[in-house]
Design a protein around this ligand. Structure first.
Ligand SMILES: [Zn+2]
Ligand SMILES: [Zn+2]
Length: 487
């Protein structure tokens, strides 16, 4: 009997010590939050450094180096040039499981150069700019990871934090090559965010996307003297585009097809064009529909070549992307910590800047208030289809991904706009980035402290992905490293 009581007492004490230990670790989460609060200047400078040298996809040498240096200075081990991409990296701290990943982007957009003023004014006319806020994206992910590392170090917790430095989100599909090379295989959960003009978790899905180049080859000839000898490659392109425009009526209404003529075949009307090129994007809500539409677009190309007496070559570019697979369990956990962090609080100067930006988009001052709050979780939005595409999609079919957005821009501004470059480059951007970093820190600390939270996240992921799912990229191949250098 006595022995029994003793065992019970020992078990109770062990349980208490365990619970206190867990509680102690969670109490120490202030180490991470205080670090971020007191490091505002550090991360303001880091994001502005990347903002000031906006680099296009796969060419982000300085931006990638700046993030790698900060992570390395803070004790992370860096593996660079991963997945066949010179600017890609993985930074790791800690050991053992769970393994939590955070995605970090840093590429800019062409033609969006803009100063940090609330009216349109390029720094370099026609230059690049951070219209999607990826300088904030990479900086906040890095800041969050360093804060988590400080907590791991202070608490002696087991687990690994990995930052995936993923280049060329804007059209290059950088993350697809990480997925293709298996870099997410031993990762339990991936956390992701994107700059925006509100604070919310993202439980919607989006469109799969593939990029295809059609090159038509004809026969050159004098357009007046020997037209019968010529075959126009431009006729091939035009016939194809006409057919695709008819096809549009007979595809699912949420699918998208867009094209640009990247080579019109010449400059002189009196020369029958021997070559012409058209570049297409096809988007659809799943890969089955994507391939169905793609085959019909290919048929249009073949038909156009036959009719115009030309030939056509087709190139499906690697970096095609899956739609995002959201995860309720992980999103709810992020929501819980997002509400603890709260929204973005602008000071008077930031508010005045935002009011000026809002005038340019005819947005009311009341509308700006939404940056201060975190949107409530709305399960009805789960799986809602949004018409864009992101290479986070491929990550989400390999490992459960939780995504959220934080307010770094002024409400009412469009994506990829001068307004976003301007606001993102000021402390408005940095404040939103630090909110995101705190959400990363609290969520990861919770997962490290309670690894059991990962079980339902993984179960939901497996169920949604379907039994026997095996990931293969939509197009197997190497990254188009020079896609931003062309023409
Ligand atoms: Zn973008
Ligand atoms: Zn973006």
């Amino acid at each position: 009997m006595k022995k029994c009581v003793l065992i019970l007492l020992i078990s109770f004490l062990a349980f208490e010590v365990g619970a206190q230990k867990k509680q102690g670790k969670l109490n120490k989460e202030n180490i991470a939050i205080d670090y971020l609060t007191s490091s505002f200047t550090t991360y303001d400078q880091l994001q502005k450094k990347i903002w000031s040298t906006p680099e296009l996809g796969f060419l982000e040498e300085k931006s990638s180096a700046a993030l790698q240096k900060h992570l390395s200075d803070n004790g992370f081990t860096i593996e660079n040039k991963v997945a066949g991409i010179p600017t890609a990296f993985i930074a790791t701290y800690g050991s053992g499981s769970p393994v939590i990943g955070i995605l970090a982007e840093f590429d800019a957009l062409s033609g969006l150069s803009q100063d940090t003023v609330p009216y349109e004014k390029a720094v370099v006319t026609g230059g690049n700019g951070h219209g999607c806020g990826h300088q904030l994206l990479g900086t906040a992910s890095t800041a969050g990871a360093v804060a988590i590392k400080k907590w791991i170090e202070a608490t002696g917790t087991k687990g690994t934090i990995k930052i995936f430095g993923t280049p060329a989100e804007e059209g290059g599909g950088g993350k697809v090559f990480f997925a293709q090379d298996g870099y997410f295989k031993n990762v339990d959960v991936v956390l992701d965010w994107h700059p925006a003009s509100e604070n919310s978790v993202n439980i919607s899905t989006n469109l799969a996307r593939i990029s295809i180049i059609y090159q038509f080859h004809g026969i050159p000839a004098h357009a007046a003297a020997n037209p019968e000898k010529g075959r126009s490659a431009l006729d091939g392109v035009e016939a194809m585009d006409n057919m695709v425009n008819m096809l549009r009526e007979h595809i699912p209404s949420d699918a998208r097809i867009h094209y640009v003529i990247t080579d019109g075949g010449g400059l002189s009307p009196n020369v029958v064009p021997a070559h012409a090129e058209v570049s297409y994007y096809v988007r659809a809500k799943n890969t089955t529909e994507l391939f169905d539409i793609l085959n019909r677009v290919d048929n249009a190309a073949d038909g156009a070549a036959l009719g115009s007496g030309t030939t056509v070559t087709k190139k499906r570019l690697a970096g095609a992307i899956y739609p995002i697979l959201p995860n309720k369990a992980l999103s709810k956990l992020i929501q819980k910590h997002f509400e603890r962090v709260g929204g973005v609080q602008w000071n008077e100067k930031e508010q005045a800047f935002a009011v000026e930006i809002a005038k340019s988009t005819k947005t009311s001052v009341q509308e700006l208030e939404k940056v201060r709050i975190v949107k409530p979780y709305d399960e009805n939005l789960f799986g809602q289809l949004k018409s864009g595409s992101s290479d986070v999609g491929d990550v989400s079919w390999n490992v459960p991904v939780g995504s959220f957005v934080a307010a770094t821009f002024v409400p009412g501004s469009s994506g990829h706009s001068w307004q976003n470059v301007a606001a993102g480059g000021t402390t408005i951007g940095t404040k939103g980035a630090l909110v995101a970093a705190k959400v990363f820190a609290l969520t990861a600390i919770d997962l490290f402290s309670n690894p059991k939270l990962i079980i339902p996240i993984k179960q939901e992921f497996e169920k949604l992905r379907g039994e026997n799912f095996k990931y293969t990229p939509i197009v197997l191949g190497k990254p188009e490293l020079n896609y931003r250098l062309k023409k």
